[in-house]
Structure formats: structure tokens, C-alpha cells
Design a protein around this ligand. Sequence first.
Ligand code: NAI
Ligand code: MG
Length: 495
Amino acid sequence: MTTINDATQAFLAAPPGLLIDGESIPALSGETFESVDPSTEEVIAHLQRARAEDVDAAVRSARRAFEPGSAWRRMTPADRGRVIHRIGDLILENADELAMLEAIDSGKVLSVARSSDVVLTANMFHYMAGWATKTEGHTMPFTMSSPDEYVAYTRSEPVGVVAGIIPWNFPLVMASWKIGPALATGCTIVLKPAEQTPLSALRLGQLVVEAGVPAGVVNILTGYGHEAGAALAAHPGVDKIAFTGSTEVGRLIVGAAVGNLKRVSLELGGKSPNIVFDDADLDIAIPGAAQAIFFHQGQCCNAGSRLFVHRKVYDEVIEGVAEIARGFQVGPVLDPESTMGPLISSEQLERVCGYVRSGQDEGATALTGGNRPQGKGYFLEPTVLADTTGDMKVVREEIFGPVVVAIPFEDPDELVRQANDTPFGLAAGVFTRDLNRAHRTAQLIQAGTVWVNTYGAFDAAIPFGGFKQSGWGREMGREVLDHYIETKSVVIRLS
Ligand code: NAI
Ligand code: MG
């Protein structure tokens, strides 16, 4: 077992409080809540439990930091870019500690947290640093008068105070997806990490301060969704909400935003199709299909959870995926032998086991998995369900666990109809050697991202988000900036 070093032990024993106005402070009520290590079911830290009054203090702090003339508003774009870049550097300098916090708080295998989550988080800040100097307006002709009568141009201005509400599956990465664009555009932010995984955001908050971000620009509130989250979403001092989480809470966010008509971006659930054609290179497609569903125990909004395989290669592909599933070493995240960690909580484990049972009750066959290993921890064996049909609950609903449903197909048109027969539209995978087929299928699938001959390849430069009920707007890339910017048109009449 990898041991938790003294610095991290000290952090867990006395974690930072709420980050408000650059200070670490207790919740006004004095109440705390517990965070649990899902590998051991043990409490690893006690966190401040923010409620409405703390939300109010954080939003007021963010508003003050956004006032004209504040240190943040006066900072040059070049300096802002340097500070954001410095956050990325500090993340890499503290990579081992961040990976450890992420692993024990969220049930992520330590080596994966180190090589994937921390690296993606740094990448987001380094990429966003560049945009600080590049959010521009443009000039345009006034088309109904002579060219010398008017000068017209646009300015890109920050939208104001942003509320970022994020889930437990990728706590650090999600924090960077909200804080990165907020800083790049000159906004201020109040971030609420998920109650299951508050630790890495608090450490990130310290690094943000260390990097030189002025007090009040980034505020972090640990607490529950129905308390801190709901109060933040409804607060009249918030101009924009960036939410990632369940579709159900996404709807509540939209309702809460109605009062002052906040701008809202949403990144919600999915039931993404992963399609293997009969001409695919199966040495790529089989591990690709396994990775698409089993990465982080399937607790990914973009998980390739519906595996469509051409009839000709169906048996070979699903047996190959099942073989990989059987090969996972399911165990505690600090055991270097483990290649798959636990689910986030006992609730999530119950939910996912319920889906496996429901699939079997409706006639699906588990080629492998479906069982809980003995002992502590919210572990579940990776599961492949075959003989599924389009009307089954396991095929229609997001499971958010290591459970893939396999569906054979023959006719490409019927395949596209089935792949799109879902309220979601987040992502898709296509495995084929035929260039025509790859492009054609990428055009026809209703999804915000289509991966071809790979799955789950993320980069800060590439926009990500959903069609249909998978959300509103895009994260990352230049597209995310639109949600954090107000365009102001200035029209000048020359005399
Ligand atoms: P959730 O949507 O309740 O939690 C996401 C965030 O929203 C957390 O920070 C939570 O504290 C906050 N929140 C909860 N209720 C709120 C409210 N009324 N107002 C404002 N903020 C609120 O997700 P949960 O309950 O942890 O997971 C339930 C299911 O949601 C999962 O089983 C999975 O299917 C799905 N999910 C999808 C995610 C995605 O990335 N698409 C991420 C997490 C969960
Ligand atoms: Mg936890």
C-alpha cells in the first residue's frame, strides 16, 4: 500500500475552511460534515458545512472583487495570463499531493489520478492562460449609412460573478473547467465542490491564492447540494451558473436561475453509444470499448455505456471486452496492484447494483461481473450485459457505474436510429477502418463529441458538452469563453 505522507496527513487532520475573500474561515454555524474514503469507508476529514449565510458572504466577496477599480479589474490581461499559468505550474509542482487527495477522497486509482486528472487540470489552466490576452471584440460596418458616419465595435466583457457547482467524479478537473475560463475572462467565482469530494478543491484554492490571484476572486464553499448548492444557484448576486452533474439537478438549477435570469451552462448525463463496425481493427476497438466504459468505474458522464457491435464481430468483441473486465484488479486506490477502484458511495453502489439486477430481471445475461467483492469499500466487479434490447431500463437510463450493455447491429441506418434513440447526446465512439463510414457516422450521431478509433481523449483546446438533454453550452476550447463573456456593442456617430 502506498502510504499517505506527513504533509497530506496534516492537511486531512486540519483541512482548510471555506475560502472567502482570500481567507480560510469556518462556517458561520460552526457545523462540519464528513468526507469518506470509498476504498475503506473511513472518515478521512471534517469539512466546514456552508449554508445560505456563508453563500451570501462568499457571493459578496466575489462581487467586491469584481467592482470596477478592484485589484482584479485593474490587473493587465498579460498579468492575468501569467497568474493563471502559474496555477497550472503549481498544480504540476504539487502533483503527487493533489493525486493522493483525489484518490482517497473520490476512489480514483492513485496512478490514474496522477497521470490523468492532475495532468488534465494543469492543461486546462495552461491553455486558459493564453485566452486572458486574446478575448477580443471586432469592428463592423454600419450597413445603413455611409462608411464614414459611424464607428462601431464590440468589447468582450466578463459576465461578472460566476457560481460553479461540480460533481464528485472528476473533482479537480471539474474545478479547473469552471475556474479556468472564469479567470481567463476576468470574472470572479464561487465554487462549490461535491460534498463527497471536497478535498482537492480546497488544496487548489490554496494554490490559486499562492499563484497571486487577488482575494475574493476565487471563493470555495464546501457543503451540501440542497443547502450551499441551492442557495448559491438562487442567489441574486450571481450572474452566471456553470453546473456539471445529474440531469435531475440540472433542471433544479434552471429553475433557481429564473429569479434574476442568470446565464446558465449545464453539462449533464449521458448514455453514449460506442459503435464497432465489422471492418474495425479489433486490437484497437476491444480495449477501446473496455476503456470507454470502465475508466473510473464507469462514473463518467461520457462513458461509452451502450456498445453497438456489428453482428459479424459481435461475439469476438463482447468476449474480448468481458476478458478485459475479468482482468481488472478491483481494490483499494492506494494498492499499487489495483487497476479499478470503488464507486463513490454506498448509495451509488446500491443504485448500480439495482440496475444490474433490473437488467437480469428483464432478460439480459451478465457475461461477467455484477458481484460485490467481500469486505470494506464500495467495490463492484466490472460488468458486461449481453442480450439487451432497446426497451430495457439498463439500455435507456444512465447507470453511472462499470456496466456496459451490448447490442448487435447489421443495418447501418437502423444503427444510427438506435444510437440516437436516447434523450441524451453527450458523446459517441466509432471504430472503423473506413474513412467514409467514420465521417458519415460522425455526422449522423447526435452528440457533442464523437471519438473515432479512440474514446475519452480530452484536451483543454477541444470543446466538450451535450446535445439534447445532456446540457447547454460547451466546456473548454474557445467555445467555453462565450458563456463567461458579455458582448458590448459601442456605436459612435462622428460629427
Ligand atoms: P448531483 O447532480 O446531485 O450533484 C452534483 C452537484 O450538484 C454537487 O455539487 C451537489 O452538491 C450539487 N447539488 C445537488 N443538489 C443541488 C441543488 N438542489 N441545487 C444546487 N446544487 C445541488 O449528483 P449526485 O446526486 O451526486 O449523483 C446522482 C447521479 O447523477 C449519479 O448517479 C449519476 O447518474 C449522475 N451524475 C452525473 C454526473 C455527470 O458528470 N454527468 C456527475 C455526477 C452525477
Ligand atoms: Mg470522499
